[in-house]
Design a protein around this ligand. Structure first.
Ligand SMILES: CC(C)(COP(=O)(O)OP(=O)(O)OC[C@H]1O[C@@H](n2cnc3c(N)ncnc32)[C@H](O)[C@@H]1OP(=O)(O)O)[C@@H](O)C(=O)NCCC(=O)NCCS
Length: 150
C-alpha cells in the first residue's frame, strides 16, 4: 500500500473527486464529531487541496487556504485520515507532505493553524507552537498555532 499524493486547486478537481473529499470531510467533522457546521465554504476556492489515496481510496486529506483569507499566513485545515486508515502513520505523512508543499507554494511564509486542542502535541511534532488562548469554534475547543517559515 503505497500512498499517492495529489495536489489540486478546486477548479482542477473533477466532480467525483470533490464529492469524495466533501463526503470524507462531512463524515469526520460533522457526523463523527457531532458538529453541525458549514463544511463546504468560500475558502475551498482559495485553497490547495491535498489528497492521499491508497489503492484508489481516499485515505487522508487536508487543505491549505491561501494567505490573506482565513489568516494573513497560509493555513492548513480540515486535516483528516478516514476512519479505516487511522493509526498507521498516514496523518504524519500527510502533514509532512503539506509542509513541504507549503514551502514550495508560499516560500518563506509561516503557517498558521486553528488546532483542535486534543491534537496540540500532534501539531507540535511538526514544529507548530501555540499562540494565543483556547477558544470555541463550532462548539469545539481550538487554539491557534504557528510554524515559522523556512
Ligand atoms: C488526527 C488524525 C488526522 C490523525 O490521523 P492518523 O493517520 O490516525 O495519525 P497517525 O497514525 O499519523 O498518528 C500520528 C500521531 O498523531 C497523534 N494522534 C493521532 N490520533 C490521535 C488522537 N485521536 N488523539 C491524540 N493524538 C493522536 C499521535 O501522537 C500519533 O503518534 P503515535 O502513533 O506515536 O501515537 C485523525 O485521527 C483524524 O482524522 N481525526 C479526526 C479529524 C480531526 O480532528 N482533525 C484535526 C482537526 S484540527
Amino acid at each position: 500500500m503505497q500512498p499517492v499524493f495529489q495536489w489540486s486547486r478546486l477548479s482542477e478537481l473533477g466532480g467525483t473527486q470533490f464529492h469524495q473529499i466533501i463526503a470524507a470531510r462531512e463524515a469526520v467533522f460533522v457526523v463523527e464529531q457531532n458538529c453541525p457546521y458549514q463544511d463546504a465554504d468560500h475558502h475551498d476556492d482559495l485553497s490547495w487541496h491535498l489528497s492521499m489515496h491508497i489503492d484508489g481510496e481516499l485515505a487522508a486529506y487536508l487543505r491549505i487556504v491561501d494567505p490573506g483569507h482565513k489568516y494573513p499566513e497560509p493555513s492548513i485545515g480540515r486535516v483528516l485520515t478516514t476512519a479505516p486508515f487511522r493509526g498507521r502513520g498516514l496523518g504524519q505523512r500527510l502533514m509532512a507532505e503539506a509542509i513541504d508543499g507549503a514551502q514550495t507554494h508560499y516560500p518563506g511564509q509561516p503557517i498558521r493553524i486553528s488546532a483542535q486542542v486534543y491534537l496540540l502535541d500532534f501539531y507540535r511534532s511538526f514544529g507548530f507552537q501555540v499562540v494565543g488562548e483556547v477558544y470555541l469554534e463550532d462548539g469545539i475547543e481550538h487554539q491557534e498555532m504557528l510554524r515559522a517559515g523556512a
